[in-house]
Design a protein around this ligand. Structure first.
Ligand code: PGA
Length: 250
C-alpha cells in the first residue's frame, strides 16, 4: 500500500551541464517506473536538473536546507530558495553532514520542520555506526534519531516525510546490511513512529534503506515488507545503474 520511492543522492558530484546530461540519459530508462523517482543534486544543479526532468516523472531534490527563513547565515540556503529553484524534496541529516559538518539531532529537527512547513518533502536520514551496532545500540539510536527529527510535526505532516535508514557502516563501503537487518531496523523505526503518531500514520510512512544499494542487491532488499525504497549514493551517478535500481520490479 506504500508507494516505493527510489532517490539518488549525487553528493558533491556533477556540474549543471553534467547534471543535465545525466538526467537526460536517465529519462528514457525510468519512463516505465512504478515507484517515485527523485534525484537529489548539488544546489547549483537544481535549476538545470529541474529543466531537464520536464516531461518525465523524475523529481528533483536538494541535499540540505537551512532552518531559518532568511538572514545572516553565510553559505546557507533556505527552504524557500531551494523550492523556488525547483526542488520538491530535500535530504536532511545525512550521516556525512552529521560527521563532517557538525549536524546534530537538534539541527536535523530544525531543518526538517523548516522544510516541511515550506512545502518541501524531507528525506530524513538516520542510522548507526559500526561501533553503535556492535554495542547493541542500533534500535535505541534509530528510534531516538527519528523521534527527535520529527519533534514539532504532527501526524498530518508525515505524508511529507520519508525516513532513510542508512547504517553508517554501509555507506560507500560496499558493505550492505542484510535484507533481514535492514527490514528489522526499519520495523523498529516504524514501531517508534506508531507509538507516537498512531499505527495508521506509521503504516503510511515511507522508510527507505540506504547504504551500498546496487542493481545486484536491490531486489532482495525491496522484497522485504518494511522497506519502501532506497537512497542511492554511488550507483545514482550512472544512469544505467540507477535505472536498474529504479526498475527493480521489472
Ligand atoms: P552509497 O551512499 O549508496 O554510495 O552507499 C548512500 C548514501 O550515502 O545515501
Amino acid at each position: 500500500m506504500r508507494k516505493a520511492i527510489i532517490a539518488g543522492n549525487w553528493k558533491m558530484n556533477k556540474t549543471p551541464d553534467e547534471a543535465k546530461a545525466l538526467v537526460e540519459a536517465l529519462k528514457p530508462l525510468v519512463a516505465g517506473a512504478s515507484c517515485d523517482v527523485v534525484v537529489c543534486v548539488p544546489a547549483v544543479d537544481i535549476a538545470a536538473a529541474k529543466a531537464a526532468v520536464k516531461g518525465s516523472k523524475i523529481k528533483v531534490g536538494a541535499q540540505n536546507v537551512h532552518f531559518a527563513a532568511s538572514g545572516a547565515y553565510t553559505g546557507e540556503l533556505s527552504a524557500d530558495m531551494i523550492k523556488a529553484a525547483g526542488a520538491e524534496y530535500v535530504i536532511i541529516g545525512h550521516s556525512e553532514r552529521r560527521q563532517y559538518f557538525g549536524e546534530t539531532d537538534t539541527t536535523v529537527n530544525q531543518r526538517t520542520v523548516a522544510a516541511v512547513k515550506a512545502g518541501l518533502k524531507a528525506i530524513v536520514c538516520v542510522g548507526e555506526s559500526r561501533a553503535e551496532r556492535e554495542a547493541g545500540y542500533t534500535d535505541a539510536l534509530v528510534e531516538y534519531q527519528t523521534l527527535i527529527a520529527l519533534t514539532g510535526l504532527d501526524k498530518n505532516d508525515l505524508k511529507n516525510i520519508v525516513i532513510a535508514y542508512e547504517p553508517v557502516w554501509a555507506i560507500g563501503t560496499g558493505l550492505v546490511a542484510t535484507d533481514e537487518q535492514a527490514n528489522e531496523t526499519i520495523g523498529v523505526i516504524r514501531a517508534a513512529v506508531a507509538r507516537k503518531y498512531g499505527k495508521a500514520a506509521a503504516g503510511k510512512l515511507r522508510i527507505q534503506y540506504g547504504g551500498s544499494m546496487k542493481p545486484n542487491n536491490v531486489k532482495g532488499l525491496m522484497a522485504q515488507p518494511e522497506i519502501d525504497g532506497g537512497l542511492i549514493g554511488g550507483a545514482s551517478l550512472k544512469a544505467e545503474d540507477f535505472a536498474a535500481i529504479v526498475n527493480y520490479d521489472k
